[in-house]
Design a protein around this ligand. Sequence first.
Ligand SMILES: NC(=O)C1=CN([C@@H]2O[C@H](COP(=O)(O)OP(=O)(O)OC[C@H]3O[C@@H](n4cnc5c(N)ncnc54)[C@H](OP(=O)(O)O)[C@@H]3O)[C@@H](O)[C@H]2O)C=CC1
Ligand SMILES: C[C@H]1O[C@H](OP(=O)(O)OP(=O)(O)OC[C@H]2O[C@@H](n3cnc4c(=O)[nH]c(N)nc43)[C@H](O)[C@@H]2O)[C@@H](O)[C@@H](O)C1=O
Length: 324
Amino acid sequence: MGDSNKDSCSFLSEKSAKIFVAGHRGLVGSAIVRKLLSLGFTNLLLRTHAELDLTRQSDVESFFAAEKPSYVIVAAAKVGGIHANNTYPAEFIAINLQIQTNVIDSAFRYGVKKLLFLGSSCIYPKFAPQPIPENALLTGPLEPTNEWYAIAKIAGIKMCQAYQIQYKFNAISGMPTNLYGPNDNFHPENSHVLPALMRRFHEAKVNGAKEVVVWGTGSPLREFLHVDDLADAVVFMMDEYDGLEHLNVGSGKEVSIKELAELVKEVVGFEGELVWDSSKPDGTPRKLMDSSKLAGLGWRAKIELRDGLADTYKWYLENVKQCW
Ligand SMILES: NC(=O)C1=CN([C@@H]2O[C@H](COP(=O)(O)OP(=O)(O)OC[C@H]3O[C@@H](n4cnc5c(N)ncnc54)[C@H](OP(=O)(O)O)[C@@H]3O)[C@@H](O)[C@H]2O)C=CC1
Ligand SMILES: C[C@H]1O[C@H](OP(=O)(O)OP(=O)(O)OC[C@H]2O[C@@H](n3cnc4c(=O)[nH]c(N)nc43)[C@H](O)[C@@H]2O)[C@@H](O)[C@@H](O)C1=O
């Protein structure tokens, strides 16, 4: 923690500071907005994709020149599950490199006090030691289904570090594990596993289907974190952390995809059978992160998976028509 630079760590005391939350309508961005509003922040700067396309460098520069935010949280990105990552590699590398490069560079040029960039646990090697410490970065080959996205995210971490080193720009990075919660993407093919299964089990229940297909073998292990816990961690890092190294943000608990499927089935109330489609990729066998650095600073996840699933299913039932 950078005590020598405590001035830039006063985020929580600046409730009227202008904060640009990029990607505020997404899973993560919307949770960050909820958290900031609940804490009493009054001056959030928000733009939809249609209002400001962050891949357009000159538009991003003009926006920062005109608005001059004090703080920036980068939750805008091209995001998707294993199938989307595997199918659209060009979009995953190009769009993510463009968005993050434009936002980080303009934030520095237009006097932003502090920026937080969000990566993902897929930055680590496919066969990293478990739980995965931050220093496992760049120690081995990546998981092929998402290496394009991972390369972009690694470039984002390195760009934050480079701007800290050369320009003393306070740009930090957090690496969340697999997330879920309100405002997730429930697309049948392009979403992540948890929203995909929630929708599939729900539709099977409503339609009286006897079976639900689940991808892969069910053996991969994943660590899930409710997005409200992530939003809490983001605010914590904005207030407390100025380090050069990225920080892992996880729940510390892992489940197999088979266990997850059984849990989602139970929460949704589907009573039929699971059928495994082993023609679909499993992806990384295991990616439990070591989040002890963040824990050492005083932050821990609070929401249990079962409670978070119930909360998300309630949201899904109330908002399903707005999901796509
Ligand atoms: N979901 C997960 O499990 C995980 C997510 N993360 C990271 O968290 C961050 C947010 O992810 P998540 O909330 O899930 O993603 P979502 O897809 O839910 O939201 C992405 C947001 O980015 C915006 N966006 C996308 N492209 C552009 C663009 N060209 N210009 C402006 N805005 C754009 C979208 O805007 P609009 O709504 O207007 O279209 C949307 O609000 C990402 O960096 C991701 O890597 C990390 C680990 C796991
Ligand atoms: C957050 C992280 O998310 C992605 O990585 P991932 O963890 O592999 O993501 P996933 O949620 O899509 O799958 C997890 C597991 O679940 C299985 N699975 C079963 N049935 C469905 C299913 O119906 N949909 C999906 N998507 N997966 C399914 C699937 O086969 C796999 O074994 C990265 O590309 C990258 O975006 C990233 O950083």
